[in-house]
Design a protein around this ligand. Structure first.
Ligand SMILES: Nc1nc2c(ncn2[C@@H]2O[C@H](COP(=O)(O)OP(=O)(O)OP(=O)(O)O)[C@@H](O)[C@H]2O)c(=O)[nH]1
Ligand SMILES: [Mg+2]
Length: 295
């Protein structure tokens, strides 16, 4: 019998390629929020998979990007880069048929790290024309000595088994790193804050670009309910009415959507109270970022 394997496999790549969707699909549970907008993920989030022969600690990371001069952009890139450098194996996630400057940037960081890497070609379900896929994969294999290049669809769940196997083969021999019942390194409060941020982002479309953060102020048990008070931080006074909506309608929809999802995910009964507050230019302020748990 071959030895047990365990290690950290970091999902790295430019924003919006589907890293978080893939983490959730591989783990089989929604641990990381997903939206159609770039720069959704802001933290490093571990998701654990236990197999008979291995334990994989997947690490979701913020999208590596360029051109962002705000403190928030720098914090996102730093978080992703440090997760990449700490990993046993890097999964470079790219979008089928779309190799861009920021993909190249992510690849350069992998080369500099010296870490072994697998290229994951995501969103093959919408790759058109299909005949372009094999040449795209061949080109990718020429760019770097990847241990494997694996096409998948995270939303369709296609080819995730072979991807998992390719990952296990590259992990070091090691006893498990986490207890078998662990699913993630993140707290329930983190999950609540992130779920609210996801629902709000889905509501806002382009109206408040990147200017929101959510912080759980208190959480406790009362009469069989998990009672949470959370603050939505906006970075300008003018954004407050946009987030609240006419007669508070938008905030109410966000709260309802978040509560429903959290109830379904955890089996608890949540009671959420949301507040909107202004912290001028928080995304440019290193101290404010730190207070929000962003390094
Ligand atoms: N068609 C298709 N869409 C996908 C697939 N995987 C992800 N998406 C969509 O791509 C968008 C971005 O997905 P995310 O998982 O948030 O992407 P991300 O790489 O984590 O983005 P950041 O956190 O911003 O770096 C969402 O609208 C997903 O539904 C896929 O396999 N096929
Ligand atoms: Mg993400």
């Amino acid at each position: 019998m071959s030895a047990f394997r365990a290690g950290f496999a970091a999902l790295v790549g430019r924003p919006n390629v589907g890293k978080s969707t893939l983490l959730n699909a591989l783990v089989g549970e929604k641990l990381s929020i997903v939206t159609p907008r770039p720069q959704t993920t802001r933290h490093r989030i571990i998701g654990l998979v236990n197999l008979p022969e291995a334990q994989i600690a997947f690490v979701d990371t913020p999208g590596l990007h360029e051109g962002g001069r705000r403190a928030l952009n720098q914090a996102l890139n730093r978080t992703a880069a440090s997760a990449l450098n700490d990993a046993d194996l890097v999964l470079l996630v790219v979008e089928a048929l779309r190799w861009q400057r920021e993909d190249e940037l992510a690849l350069r960081r992998i080369v500099a790290s010296g870490r072994p890497a697998i290229a994951v070609v995501n969103k093959v379900d919408r790759a058109r024309p299909k005949e372009r896929l094999l040449p795209f994969i061949a080109e990718l294999a020429q760019r770097h000595p990847f241990r494997a290049v694996v096409p998948v669809s995270a939303t369709g769940g296609d080819n995730l088994g072979p991807l998992r196997q390719a990952i296990v083969a590259e992990l070091p021999e090691s006893p498990p790193l986490f207890a078998p019942e662990d699913r993630t390194d993140k707290s329930l409060a983190f999950r609540v804050a992130e779920t609210v941020r996801e629902k709000l982002t889905l509501e806002l479309n382009q109206e408040v670009p990147y200017g929101i953060a959510v912080e759980v102020e208190s959480m406790g048990e009362e009469d069989g309910h998990t009672v949470v008070s959370a603050v939505i931080w906006v970075d300008r006074e003018g954004q407050k009415p946009i987030v609240i909506g006419a007669g508070g309608a938008r905030l109410k929809r966000v709260g309802t959507a978040a509560r429903r999802e959290l109830n379904a995910l955890t089996g608890r009964r949540f009671h959420l109270t949301l507040w909107v507050k202004v912290r001028e230019n928080w995304a440019d302020n290193a101290q404010a970022l730190k207070a929000l748990g962003l390094e």
